[in-house]
Design a protein around this ligand. Structure first.
Ligand SMILES: Cc1cc2nc3c(=O)[nH]c(=O)nc-3n(C[C@H](O)[C@H](O)[C@H](O)COP(=O)(O)OP(=O)(O)OC[C@H]3O[C@@H](n4cnc5c(N)ncnc54)[C@H](O)[C@@H]3O)c2cc1C
Length: 473
């Protein structure tokens, strides 16, 4: 079966990978000249990488870990010490750690919380634990039901201290969704917490050993192409062409650089494009369908990824850090955390600026100036001194619409991979799956779309269907 897939982000590539494994022939059509979508990366004029996002992998990413294992590239994940590290705004330059001991879950995470006395008092810890009980006892059903509340509303309902929310949850909310706790659905943070509490290594963090385009996306492409599929760059989907019965007749691809438009036909079609693009390209004939109307409830959130190269080493911390800065979210010294970006003498900080709605339209120089001010608080020993660290160069990557905005009530708008159109499917981290807007969510959505295509076309042998179902479970 030939399957045309628009979008070579992780969802589109994972979908194509699992289709080739099931014996089908995917053709992935990507609008840009780079693989990876939100994990795309480029080399600058000096050969240094810069990325769309600072990406952390978690132990609680079974589908991503399995995909990398299947591709024989799981050794590219550089696992860090099992700890979560936060800056302390009231003590510039001092870090607070939640070290997770190597004992069974949930005791490891509970122990990590109990042992941290910088950020939570005993009373706060006890209130926090009691507040979390319903999520632990009643599980994912309860967690899903909490989508009606913002995280702040939920914390108040549970009687959890405001300070816990400002200390721990602003950082978590900004890191996971690029928005603040008063805007984020409680479901998001509770889902992540539940995974971390249920899996021994769920909150353990890894960094890829190089750029995601080369070290993660390219091996998926190689796997697809070795099995007869193809991945084509600079092939933007311009229009979804329909038959009289509303099913898809073809993908009209815009011809670039003077080339004519072309029509790609297939047995099945997948949109693995961002939800904002899918909404624009939705055929008029489908607009009145309640399934597709749900897409109007989803919208990508702005975020900015910053890269700052310095003339010296600022830190030797080999981990993701939660800045707890009003401007910034997480950051890492990639010269320490990532093998391919390693530099023994000079730091390259990669920092996520979020929430970014007030910054996305501002000039890069203004964004960097504001970031440098924040760095004075994160690294007081290197800035505001007689001999401050010098910024050698920087790159600012703005994404006006990234993952879907995870505000309260959004779960109901997230569509399944199977659509009412017999030969049309959706993939993307915004589609309904249990891992939210993440790399893991993108991979799982692609796998679920591949599985749905195989099932709907009933072209798979029993064993192959079972294998794919097992893989997606
Ligand atoms: C700053 C930042 C930090 C992040 N940090 C993390 C993290 O630490 N951990 C984590 O798990 N996740 C993180 N994420 C989220 C993660 O990157 C995404 O959830 C995931 O990569 C989304 O993959 P996707 O395939 O669903 O969508 P996308 O990556 O958006 O892929 C969609 C693809 O469709 C293409 N496309 C668009 N229009 C067309 C068209 N007309 N025709 C053909 N193709 C088209 C796009 O170019 C793109 O390649 C981060 C994201 C950002 C931006």
């Amino acid at each position: 079966m030939r399957v045309a897939i628009a979008g070579a982000g992780l969802a589109g590539l994972a979908c194509a990978k699992y289709l080739t494994d099931a014996g089908h022939t995917p053709i992935v059509l990507e609008s840009r000249d780079v693989l990876g979508g939100l994990v795309a990366a480029w080399k600058d004029e000096d050969g240094d990488w810069y990325e769309t996002g600072l990406h952390a992998f978690f132990g609680a990413y079974p589908n991503m870990l399995q995909l990398m294992k299947e591709l024989g590239i799981d050794d590219r994940l550089q696992w860090k010490q099992h700890t979560l590290i936060f800056n302390q705004p009231e003590k510039p330059g001092v870090l607070s750690r939640f070290d997770v001991p190597d004992i069974p879950s949930p005791f490891n995470v509970i122990m990590a919380i109990l042992r941290n006395n910088d950020m939570l008092t005993w009373e706060q810890k006890i209130r926090f634990a009691i507040g979390l009980l319903p999520a632990i006892v009643r599980g994912q059903k309860y967690v899903e039901a909490m989508d009606q509340y913002s995280l702040i509303e939920w914390l108040r309902r549970q009687g959890i201290d405001e300070r816990v929310s400002s200390d721990v949850f602003i950082a978590a909310s900004k890191a996971l969704t690029f928005i603040n706790p008063d805007e984020v659905s409680a479901t998001i943070i509770l889902t992540a917490l539940n995974r971390f509490l249920q899996e021994r290594y769920g909150s353990k963090i890894a960094f890829l050993d190089g750029s995601p385009t080369e070290r993660l996306c390219q091996p998926i492409v190689d796997h697809i192409e070795e099995r007869g599929g193809s991945v084509q760059l600079k092939k933007p989907l311009k229009q979804i062409l329909l038959n009289d019965d509303g099913t898809v007749r073809g993908f009209l691809i815009r011809g670039l650089d003077g080339a004519p438009d072309e029509v790609i036909t297939a047995d099945a079609y997948v949109s693995a494009m961002p939800v904002d693009v899918m909404k624009v390209l939705l055929p008029d004939a489908w607009r009145s369908n309640p399934f597709f109307q749900k897409l109007d409830g989803l919208e990508g959130v702005p975020v900015i990824n910053l890269h700052l190269w310095f003339d010296r080493k600022l830190t030797d911390v080999d981990q993701l850090l939660f800045s707890r800065s009003p401007l910034l979210s997480v950051y890492a010294d990639m010269s320490v955390t990532c093998k391919e970006y390693a530099d023994p003498d000079r730091s390259m900080l990669e920092l996520v600026l979020a929430p970014a709605k007030d910054w996305i339209d501002r000039p890069d120089e203004e964004i960097i100036a504001a970031t440098m001010k924040e760095l004075e608080k994160l690294f007081p020993q290197h800035f505001g001194t007689d001999n401050p660290a010098q910024l050698r160069k920087y790159k600012v990557v703005k994404t006006p619409r990234s993952v879907y905005t995870a505000s309260p009530g959004r779960q109901a708008y997230r569509p399944e991979q199977v659509t009412p159109i017999a030969n049309f499917f959706l993939a993307g981290s915004y589609t309904l799956q249990r891992y939210l807007g993440s790399m893991e969510g993108a991979v799982l959505s692609g796998k679920l779309a591949a599985q749905a295509i195989c099932e709907r076309q009933s072209l798979l042998g029993d064993q192959a269907t079972k294998d794919l179902q097992m893989a997606a479970s």
